[in-house]
Design a protein around this ligand. Structure first.
Ligand code: OGA
Ligand code: NI
Length: 332
C-alpha cells in the first residue's frame, strides 16, 4: 500500500498550523455557496495555485452517471478500447502520454468539449450506447464549465477586475479550445512488494489552460508541489472538485498566480478514476498580463496567442516549463 512518507506528513501539519481558517488537510477550501469567496480564491491561487471546492452545485447524478460509463469503458478488453485510439490527439491512450516519450501507469480518453466537433469519431467505440455517452458527457461538461465560470467570476471580483467575466468569457466562447479527459489508474499490485517505491501514474506537469476542474473517485494518488518544491498528497474526496491554476492564468495575472505542478502516484490496491475539464481560451486569443493587474509592473511575458503556445508546446515533455519560450528577459 502507498503511504505518505513521514516528511510529507510533517509538511502537512505545518501548513495546517500556518493557515487554519481556510485549509482542509493542508489544501485551501472554498465554499462556492458563499458569494463573496473571491478573496479566498485569490489567496489560494497565490499561495498554492490549487484549491478544493465544496457546495459546487454540480448535480451528483451527472457525476455518477459519467463515472459509471467511464468505468464500463475501461473494463472492456484492451483490444476493444484500442479501437478508440491512438489519441491523435483525441481518443484512447494507454501508458503513453503525449508524443514525446512520457509514460505512466494510466489509460485515458481525451475529448474536445466542442459539441459540434467532428473529430470525435472514436466515440463510435461505444456502439449503440454512443448517444447515451455523449449526453452524459455533455451534461457533466456543461455543469462543470458553469461552475468553473462561477469560480473565475468570483476570482475576478477578488482581483477587483472588471468586467467580472474577463476570464470566464474565454471558456464560454463558442471557439473555446477546452478539453475533457477521463483517466483510469489501474491498481499496480507489484507495488505492494516494494515498500518505499513510488510508481508514477501521471508524471509531474502543469496544466496549460486557464483552469482545470478535477473530480476523482475516493482513491488517493494526486499530489501537488508547494512553492518550496516539496510534494503533498491531496486526500481524495469524491464529493468535491479540485481546481488547478493553469499556465495561461499565470500569464494573465503576470505571475501573481502560479500554475501548480502536480502528479499522480499509482496505487497498489484500488483503481483511481478521475475526470478533468481543462478550460482554455480560443486558439486566436492573445494571452498577456491584464493591464489592470500590472499596476506599474513590467510584463514578465511576451504576448502570444493560444495557438502559438500550443505550437511551441508540441515538442515539449510533460515536465517541461512550457512558458520559458514566452518569458521576457528583464535586464536588471
Ligand atoms: C491531468 C492530471 C490528474 C488525475 O490529466 O492533467 O493532472 O488525477 N490528472 O488524473
Ligand atoms: Ni494535470
Amino acid at each position: 500500500m502507498l503511504v505518505l512518507s513521514k516528511p510529507a506528513i510533517e509538511q502537512y501539519s505545518d501548513i495546517r498550523n500556518c493557515m487554519p481558517s481556510t485549509l482542509c488537510s493542508g489544501i485551501p477550501l472554498i465554499d462556492l455557496s458563499k458569494p463573496d469567496s473571491g478573496h479566498l480564491i485569490v489567496k489560494a491561487c497565490e499561495e498554492f495555485g490549487f484549491f478544493k471546492v465544496i457546495n459546487h452545485g454540480v448535480p451528483m447524478e451527472f457525476i455518477t452517471n459519467l463515472e459509471a460509463k467511464a468505468v464500463r469503458f475501461f473494463s472492456l478488453p484492451l483490444s476493444e478500447k484500442e479501437k478508440a485510439g491512438p489519441p491523435a490527439p483525441l481518443g484512447y491512450g494507454n501508458k503513453r502520454i503525449g508524443l514525446n516519450g512520457d509514460s505512466g501507469w494510466v489509460e485515458y480518453l481525451l475529448f474536445t468539449t466542442n459539441p459540434d466537433s467532428s473529430s470525435q469519431s472514436f466515440l463510435s467505440v461505444f456502439g449503440e450506447n454512443q448517444e447515451k455517452f455523449r449526453s452524459a458527457l455533455n451534461d457533466y461538461v456543461s455543469a462543470v464549465r458553469k461552475m468553473g465560470c462561477e469560480i473565475l467570476e468570483q476570482m475576478a471580483d477578488g482581483l477587483k477586475l472588471q468586467p467580472r467575466n474577463v476570464f470566464s468569457k474565454l471558456l464560454m466562447d463558442k471557439q473555446s479550445d477546452s478539453f475533457f479527459r477521463l483517466n483510469h489508474y489501474p491498481p499496480c499490485p507489484e507495488l505492494q512488494a516494494l515498500t518505499d517505491t513510488n510508481m508514477i501514474g501521471f508524471g509531474e506537469h502543469t496544466d496549460p489552460q486557464i483552469i482545470s476542474v478535477l473530480r476523482s473517485n475516493n482513491t488517493s494518488g494526486l499530489q501537488i508541489s508547494l512553492r518550496d518544491g516539496s510534494w503533498i498528497s491531496v486526500p481524495p474526496d469524491q464529493n468535491s472538485f479540485f481546481i488547478n491554476v493553469g499556465d495561461s492564468l499565470q500569464v494573465m495575472t503576470n505571475g501573481r498566480f502560479q500554475s501548480v505542478r502536480h502528479r499522480v502516484l499509482a496505487n497498489s490496491m484500488k483503481s483511481r478514476v478521475s475526470m478533468i475539464y481543462f478550460g482554455g481560451p480560443p486558439l486566436s486569443e492573445k494571452i498577456a498580463p491584464l493591464p489592470s493587474l500590472m499596476k506599474g509592473e513590467r510584463s514578465l511575458y511576451k504576448e502570444f496567442t493560444w495557438f502559438e503556445y500550443k505550437k511551441s508546446a508540441f515538442n515539449s515533455s510533460l515536465a517541461d516549463n512550457r512558458l520559458v519560450n514566452f518569458e521576457r528577459i528583464i535586464a536588471s
